[in-house]
Ligand binder design. Structure first.
Ligand code: SF4
Length: 229
């Protein structure tokens, strides 16, 4: 309860959530939100984006970065959704089980498990766990997933492990925990209520990481001096 009661607030309807998530990949909200707003102002309907084509779309979403790739993926998604459903809508996913819906979304261009899980979690109220960098780090440190398991498998493992009714809380609490206490690279284990059950802490991982960072800091000036010789 230390991070409070999580509230699931639907930001967007599913199509908007999907496109805004693609824009947010590999960048910050400060870049992706203005790009999404500009996209919606320039193209009030999805067919206008398809008709405009990838080059014009890329110009509009430039602020989100990787604009050419993202434009290609967004148009690819729109085309695939229209071909499959006959409209620019994801409403049909509400009628199918969560894992099936996630797989359907992951077959769209540029949509990985995190984007698919965000769409299902936030715009459809489904019990999924979008795994961001904080959730990944805290989960492996606790010993819930292997450190090098990769993003796709991490989503599957955590979905299997966390009971449905806890999945949203797990998502929000681990993000908070990763930002506030279990930070990268050095966590504040003395302040952590999970240290009794944390595998990395019990194995001395944080202490070893501290020593490694100190060693690296000491070695840097030496290496710079050697390079100048
Ligand atoms: S004990 Fe340390 S490493 Fe483990 S979860 Fe807590 S802050 Fe993270």
């Amino acid at each position: 309860m230390i991070y409070g009661r999580p509230r699931r607030i639907a930001r967007f309807e599913p199509m908007d959530e999907l496109v805004s998530c693609i824009l947010s990949q590999h960048t910050s909200d400060a870049n992706s939100f203005p790009a999404f707003t500009r996209l919606k102002e320039t193209f009030p309907t999805w067919d206008l984006i398809v008709n405009a084509g990838p080059e014009k779309l890329a110009d509009v979403i430039r602020k989100a970065g990787l604009a050419n790739q993202k434009a290609k993926n967004i148009i690819g998604c729109l085309n695939r959704i229209f071909e499959t459903t006959g409209s620019y809508s994801l409403e049909h996913l509400r009628a199918i089980p969560t894992l099936q819906a996630r797989k359907w979304l992951m077959d769209l261009p540029g949509v990985g498990p995190k984007t698919a899980s965000i769409v299902l979690c936030f715009s459809m109220g489904r019990e999924t766990i979008p795994v961001d960098t904080h959730i990944y780090r805290v989960s492996w440190r606790l010993g819930l997933i292997p450190e090098d398991v990769g993003e796709v498998k991490a989503h599957d493992l955590l979905l299997d492990l966390v009971p449905d009714e806890m999945s949203f809380r797990y998502h929000t609490d681990l993000i908070q925990h990763g930002r506030v206490i279990c930070r990268a690279p050095i966590p504040d284990c003395a302040a952590c209520p999970l240290s009794d059950v944390c595998r990395w802490f019990k194995n001395g991982g944080p202490e070893l990481r501290k020593q490694e960072l100190t060693r690296n800091r000491r070695q840097k000036p030496l290496k710079r001096a050697e390079a100048k010789k």
